[in-house]
Design a protein around this ligand. Structure first.
Ligand code: NAP
Length: 325
């Protein structure tokens, strides 16, 4: 019997996302053991989607984009006993084992949490990657309750999540951010300065001592006017590069001698993603105590508008596709 078809945004060759991505018909994915399929209500986009198109984690093609999903279960794989068709869930789409991902009418999830009452599909689809990355880097940074942490690029969604998590853990937080989220970050309790040239002086004017840890979440491709923030972060750390970890700038890290998390992966015996905290932050989001702001939603067919905004560095919050309209 021929596979049933759906709409999906996919690529058949690696290259620039605007050149290789297309909205096309694709087979509806059938979940493997331990996975669930959902009808996608909302799919959050990430810079990682464009990196996948350019060849990150090269795998069999065609492949799909869209890693953050919220939707309603349509089928469960063998061995899944905690969910039934019709349940609302959110989590990461499996882009490795299926020829499409979350930017589609249906997607397969390899981890999920139930959508809490009071959390919309759109707000839930903004959470997975930002929450997972922030939790992982906050832990890898070595941050301890009550310490002072500097988050560089707190206007990125990973940075915005790190700030909120650190505040929930009793930190004093210094955030570097552009204008979009500066007031919101201040209202949350962070001390905020502008990112970019002169950041060392601006931070020193606020706090005299070096922060205990510094987490860099500034998208590296958006730093072109500026030779990368890491040397400045090391200076803010009074030369102690071990206090600095970057989630974004692997090349700069090698030059500045700061950490990337590679050493943690080694000591943990492999790359362990922090999906264990997603449900907790989903519940906090439903209670209004945590959020990843949604900048804009788009119909699936308007994906190019979202791509242009993201690549131009004007995301200013999460860009979310709505395959269900
Ligand atoms: N290592 C990992 O496992 C991992 C996982 C996920 C993401 N990442 C990386 O983390 C970064 C953030 O991802 P995201 O989804 O949170 O990005 P995002 O929300 O799309 O980030 C865009 C925001 O970055 C801010 N920004 C732009 N130029 C900046 C600069 N020079 N310095 C500081 N902030 C700047 C802007 O906010 P303002 O208005 O404040 O300027 C902009 O709205 C990306 O580079 C991504 O690839 C890494």
């Amino acid at each position: 019997m021929p596979a049933e078809k759906m709409r999906a945004i996919r690529y058949h060759a690696y290259g620039e996302p605007a050149d290789v991505l297309r909205l096309e018909e694709a087979p509806i994915p059938v979940p493997q053991a331990g996975h669930v399929a959902v009808r996608v209500h909302a799919c959050g986009l990430n810079p990682a989607d464009w990196a996948l198109c350019r060849g990150l984690f090269a795998r069999q093609l065609p492949s799909g984009i869209g890693l953050d999903v919220s939707g309603v279960v349509t089928a469960v794989g063998e061995g899944v006993s905690d969910l039934a068709v019709g349940d609302a869930v959110f989590g990461p789409a499996d882009f490795r084992n299926y020829p499409s991902a979350g930017a589609a009418d249906e997607a397969v999830l390899y981890h999920w949490d139930r959508l809490p009452d009071g959390l919309s599909h759109v707000d839930a689809a903004a959470l997975p990657m930002a929450v997972e990355t922030a939790a992982r880097y906050l832990a890898w940074s070595g941050f301890q309750k009550g310490q002072t942490i500097l988050v560089n690029g707190a206007g990125s969604m990973v940075g915005f999540a790190v700030v909120q998590m650190a505040l929930l853990h009793g930190a004093r937080v210094i955030a570097t951010a552009g204008e979009t989220f500066a007031d919101r970050l201040r209202a949350l309790g962070a001390l905020v300065v502008a990112h970019g040239e002169g950041v060392v002086e601006r931070v020193r004017a606020l706090v005299s001592e070096a922060p205990d840890v510094l987490v860099d979440a500034a998208p590296v491709n958006l730093q072109s006017r500026y030779a990368g923030a890491l040397p400045d972060l090391v200076e803010i750390a009074r030369g102690d590069a071990a206090r600095v970890i970057t989630a974004t700038d692997v090349e700069g890290a090698a030059k500045a001698g700061v950490r990337t998390g590679a050493e943690n992966i080694q000591s943990e015996g492999g790359f362990k993603l922090r999906w264990d905290v997603l449900g907790e932050y989903g519940r906090l989001a439903a209670e209004g105590r945590f959020s990843i702001p949604v900048a804009q939603t788009f119909a699936l067919e308007d994906w190019r508008k979202a791509l242009d905004i993201s690549l131009a560095g004007r995301a200013r919050g999460k860009l979310v596709l709505m395959p269900g309209g």
